[in-house]
Write a protein that binds this ligand. Structure first.
Ligand code: SF4
Length: 354
């Protein structure tokens, strides 16, 4: 059964200097046309099983005009959903208004993922984020409408000091947001930062920042449930857990990825091709060997790790028969990457793919 749906909206009103997501500036007409193509792609899956999670990401979904947002929600309405659906909508903090929150709430959204990145103007500037002087007020306003809120926080930025990390941390803790995703700045090719010859900061310093953040959040009751994600109990992202549990999901829209009927795919990043119906740019058939590799590299991102009994049930084999697990910590029914090694997890995960 496939019970998760990701919808990509590639529109932004402003391009951040570090961003390599699928996004761009589009006119209202172009956005309208995109929504029509999106509708066709969603219909092509004839979704029958009720969804447990929907995630609308981008781009900047919150930059969409009100009437286009209404069109989008109308499109989603007929899809069967479970009663306790988790329905996430990504917002940039500067877009948050009472009007938008009301519309989202009335449309069934029950979780917000807010791009904050930092409260400090100097970090906002370096990241090329749109400045927003009253981020705290915006989050408090969002909390009036939504209990389940996640924020994105970026660290590992040149010029960011330990004190800066501390200041952002204090703000997040004061606001008591139940879910925090922390990402180290990565210099991606063809971004404004890479063109302007930005120099990444030393790995050691990034590791120290990660450690400081993890320690402080845990002291305040957050569970470090995934390498980059922290939540108060019960606020883990159910949608993202679908990915990390190696379960199938529909991914629709420009550049979106999905996993349907044992095929993993990525959609085209070309708007022209997408609208012509030439949707796929990549497809991979997931045979048992590949599936076992995905099971390891995705499950191991989680604190709970990979379950021995689930693996046996799913593949009819013991993990040990298939993989060299010497770098992992063994518990009664699982293998895990110990939290102290989360920061270097990529090096460990490499061992499980050919
Ligand atoms: S980071 Fe978000 S808002 Fe900034 S350009 Fe990328 S998708 Fe748009």
């Amino acid at each position: 059964m496939i019970q998760s749906l990701y919808i990509h909206l590639p529109f932004c009103n402003h391009i951040c200097s570090y961003c390599d997501f699928t996004k761009g500036y589009y006119t209202k007409k172009e956005k309208q046309n995109y929504l029509s193509s999106l509708k066709k792609e969603i219909a092509s899956y004839s979704i029958k099983d009720p969804l447990k999670t929907i995630y609308i990401g981008g781009g900047t979904p919150s930059s969409l005009e009100k009437e286009l947002l209404e069109t989008l929600f109308e499109m989603i309405k007929p899809i069967p959903k479970e009663k306790d659906l988790e329905f996430t909508f990504e917002c940039n903090i500067e877009d948050i208004t009472e009007e938008l929150l009301k519309l989202l709430k009335a449309s069934g959204v029950n979780r917000l993922s807010i791009g904050v990145e930092s409260f400090l103007p100097k970090i906002e500037q370096l990241l090329g984020r749109k400045s927003c002087a009253n981020k705290q007020e915006k989050i408090l306003l969002a909390k009036k409408y939504f209990k389940n809120i996640s924020v994105d926080w970026m660290y590992g930025v040149r010029g960011q000091t330990k004190k800066d990390i501390q200041k952002d941390l204090e703000e997040f803790l004061k606001l008591k947001v139940p879910h925090i995703s922390c990402y180290a700045l990565i210099l991606e090719q063809h971004t404004i930062l890479s063109v302007s010859k930005y120099q990444e900061i030393e790995e050691e310093l990034v590791a120290t920042m990660y450690e400081t953040i993890s320690k402080a959040l845990k002291e305040h009751g957050y569970i470090h449930y995934e390498i980059s994600n922290f939540s108060l109990p019960g606020y883990e992202s159910r949608h993202n857990l679908t990915y990390w549990h190696n379960e199938p999901y529909y991914g629709v829209g420009l550049g979106a990825s999905g996993y349907v009927k044992k095929k993993r795919y990525t959609n085209t990043k070309s708007m022209t091709n997408y609208q012509k119906g030439n949707i796929r740019s990549y497809e991979e058939i997931v045979d048992q060997k590949l599936d076992m590799e995905y099971e390891m590299i995705l499950n191991l991102r989680l604190k709970e790790g990979v379950s021995k009994s689930n693996f046996k049930k799913k593949f009819g084999k013991e993990i040990k028969e298939v993989f060299d697990v010497k770098k992992l910590k063994e518990t009664k029914d699982s293998y895990v990457i110990p939290e102290e090694e989360f920061f270097i997890s990529n090096a460990i995960l490499c061992d499980f793919v050919e």
